[in-house]
Write a protein that binds this ligand. Structure first.
Ligand code: HGY
Ligand code: MN
Ligand code: MN
Length: 397
């Protein structure tokens, strides 16, 4: 299969132009934003030019299909509120190049997918959640982003061109190429990572309601300060989670908002997110129990109301042995001694897709281990090496 690495890199840079931030190689392309929709339209035109049949499903997942039975390759093109140019985009453009090269040179049938809202503006991996049946479309429509926008309203911007959900059995398997997004391979000097499994996650949104009041006249002892309650909640979570964590366990309070958010007002409400990740479902459950216990302690000790949202989650998932071994063989052939097996601490659509078909992932290194930030980057030689390994594995399958 004759790949065209220049065309692959050109497409990657072209995709970055949709929502380019102007800082480093940053991208601002949240799911269902105008630039996200424009990027999907452009990708659809590239798929058409490659002779693939485009298909948009009701949640906004875009497919470029090659025949009735094919290997599926892809990832996502939506970004975090401040994202890099490779997170997701790399896997989609690699899939496009391999499907295109395979068509041009009589290779195996390969289709491409570009999942919607992998970055969880609304859910966790929303587009693949819905396609693989983890949640219904009706339930997904009721999800909101942190500004209160309903997914149902957001997706109506794309629904004019959408058709039905595709059956999973059109595909013999799924492979997702991605940047590692952590420091492991940058430090070890490896060029290719073959993913063994993907961690699980739990996530919820929490609201603390205290009593909004005057910051000069309200005695400390009488305050029901929503921020102080949040701070106390966070400290107790740090202590209690650490008691059950292993070195790979992580947790993050990544979104927080105070109301009215003014320097002379005792905050009346605090809204924030809490997520935790681990490879062991029992530990994920234990951490959820701790969260409920800490919430009860805060209500008791801080005289505030604590409302916990629904706890969403994805279970840890193992990658398929046959697909993994195809990736390993290709890695040993094209990057001898410079590849390794490793788990993924980031979530990926592959976690959902692994429930419905054989699925595998490969990683290329992230410079400095930086991702979900404008300065995320990977050496061009590593991007191309990943493309070649993936293409060879696809061919051997
Ligand atoms: O958050 C994640 O792990 C992924 O980037 N959606
Ligand atoms: Mn990603
Ligand atoms: Mn991401």
């Amino acid at each position: 299969m004759a790949l065209n690495p220049d065309r692959f890199l050109d497409d990657l840079h072209r995709l970055r132009s949709f929502g380019a931030s102007g800082v480093d190689k940053g991208v601002v392309r949240p799911a269902f934003s105008a630039v996200d929709i424009a990027a999907r339209r452009w990708l659809a035109s590239r798929m058409n030019e490659a002779g693939l049949k485009t298909h948009l499903d009701p949640i906004g997942n875009l497919f470029g299909l090659n025949g009735e039975k094919s290997l599926l390759i892809g990832s996502h093109s939506d970004s975090q509120p401040e994202g890099g140019w490779l997170d997701g985009a790399l896997g989609v453009v690699a899939g496009l190049e391999i499907a295109r090269a395979a068509k041009e040179t009589g290779g195996p049938p390969v289709s491409v997918v570009n999942f919607q809202d992998e970055e969880g503006r609304f859910g966790i991996l929303t587009g693949s959640d819905v396609w693989t049946g983890q949640i219904s479309l009706a339930k997904a429509d009721m999800l909101t982003d942190t500004d209160g926008v309903l997914l149902g309203a957001a997706r109506s911007r794309m629904s004019g061109r959408a058709r039905e959900f595709l059956p999973h059995d059109m595909f013999t398997g799924f492979i997702e190429m991605h940047i590692e997004q952590g420091p492991g391979m940058d430090v070890s000097g490896d060029q290719i990572g073959v993913v063994s499994d993907i961690v699980g996650i739990r996530e919820t949104r929490i609201k603390i309601t205290g009593r909004q009041n005057h910051a000069g006249t309200t005695p400390m002892a009488l305050r029901q300060d929503a921020f102080q309650a949040l701070s106390d909640f966070n400290q107790r979570i740090n202590q209690r989670f650490a008691e059950v964590a292993n070195p790979a366990t992580v947790w993050t309070l990544g979104h927080a908002e105070l109301s009215p958010n003014a320097s002379s007002v005792v905050p009346g409400t605090a809204r924030f997110s809490l997520q935790w990740r681990d490879g062991d479902p029992a530990r994920l459950d234990a951490m959820e129990t701790i969260m409920w216990e800490v919430a009860a302690e805060i209500i008791r000790d801080r005289n505030v109301k604590v409302q916990l949202g629904e706890v969403g989650g994805i279970e840890p998932s193992a990658m398929d042995p046959r697909l993994k071994s195809a990736l390993r063989d290709a890695a040993e052939d094209l990057a001898p001694g410079k590849w390794l097996d490793l788990p993924s601490g980031a979530l990926h659509d592959a976690a959902n897709v692994s429930r419905v078909m054989p699925t595998a992932m490969l990683f290329v290194p992230s410079i400095g281990g930086i991702s979900h930030a404008f300065d995320e980057d990977t050496k061009e030689a590593d991007l191309v090496k990943g493309l070649e390994v993936l293409a060879q594995a696809a061919f051997s399958l």
